[in-house]
Design a protein around this ligand. Structure first.
Ligand code: COA
Length: 260
């Protein structure tokens, strides 16, 4: 798809699925700014993005810091112009039974996912191209599927998707689309390293996916490129599951995977 002359901001863009989307957008001609917590990861990501020859920027900031997010977005808009695409995918995750999770552990994930998403949305709003901008949140089936060991993530992802739906209504009249992608298990990501730390757990996850395999990052990237493009001009307020059918199995499938 052609993203030439498009201006893109990717929160959480220094690694994982978010970086893969940033890379694909840069490869398709976009100017891309990424925000992540660690300067070393940002430097490595920028080196990767620069291979495509376009304009790139990197900002070291925590999405929990509203002022830092705002500063990064303002600088991006000043350098690039109005934002055409915003990817918001910074997230925290670990497995913990609810009764063993401290209030601060719960709060950490809520702060990264829910508050962080809100900070990104607040920061980008004045700088979005109106009409025409597309916002994409990276969430997960935990948004609607109760999942053991994931009470913090279930609460957080559902919060992020409700932010998405609310903004789809509030910002639709300005010509801004807001959607989510809920990936299933994606190979070679920190998230799956945390959720499937052993080969047995990885096999259980694979069995829970009707299509019988983990996603590649590219599976998610292709959906993101479509959803943020004019080909999806009339799509807003949706959570697009790109999970090989995992979420159709209901919580029992994941209960099995998490128990392995
Ligand atoms: N099990 C239970 N509690 C845990 C935990 C685990 N595996 N890891 C962290 N916590 C708790 C800590 O004990 C602490 O609570 P306490 O003060 O009551 O002891 C709280 O979470 C905050 O931990 P801290 O390490 O200070 O948080 P942080 O803000 O530095 O990191 C996390 C946030 C915990 C979400 C961390 O896992 C992270 O940085 N994740 C980002 C990357 C990631 O998760 N990627 C995958 C996305 S799908």
């Amino acid at each position: 798809m052609d993203y030439s002359q498009k201006n893109v901001f990717v929160a959480g863009g220094s690694s994982g699925i978010n970086l893969a989307i940033a890379d694909a957008l840069a490869s398709a001609g976009a100017r891309v700014a990424i925000l992540g917590r660690q300067q070393a990861k940002i430097d490595a990501a920028l080196a990767q993005l620069r291979r495509h020859g376009g304009d790139v920027r990197g900002f070291a900031a925590d999405v929990r810091d509203a002022a830092a997010v705002q500063q990064a977005v303002e600088q991006t808009a000043q350098d690039f112009g109005p934002l055409d695409v915003v990817i918001s995918g910074a997230a925290g995750n670990f497995i913990s039974p609810a009764a063993e999770l401290s209030p601060n552990g719960f709060k950490s994930v809520m702060d990264i996912d829910v508050l962080g998403t809100f900070h990104v949305m607040l920061a980008v709003w004045p700088h979005l191209r109106k009409p025409g901008a597309a916002i994409l949140n990276l969430t997960a089936a935990q948004s609607w599927m109760a999942t053991p060991g994931q009470i913090h993530v279930c609460a957080a992802k559902s919060g992020v998707d409700q932010i998405m739906r609310t903004l789809a209504i509030e910002w639709g009249p300005s010509g801004v689309r807001v959607n989510s992608i809920a990936p299933g298990p994606v190979a070679d990501t920190e998230g799956m390293a945390r959720l499937a730390p052993t080969p047995a757990a990885a096999r259980a996850w694979t069995r829970a996916v009707p299509l019988g395999r983990f996603a590649s990052k590219d599976d998610i990237v292709r959906a993101a490129l479509w959803l943020c493009s004019s080909a999806a001009d009339y799509v807003t307020g949706v959570v697009l599951s790109v999970d090989g059918g995992l979420s159709l199995g209901g919580s029992s499938a994941v209960v099995g995977a998490m128990a392995s």
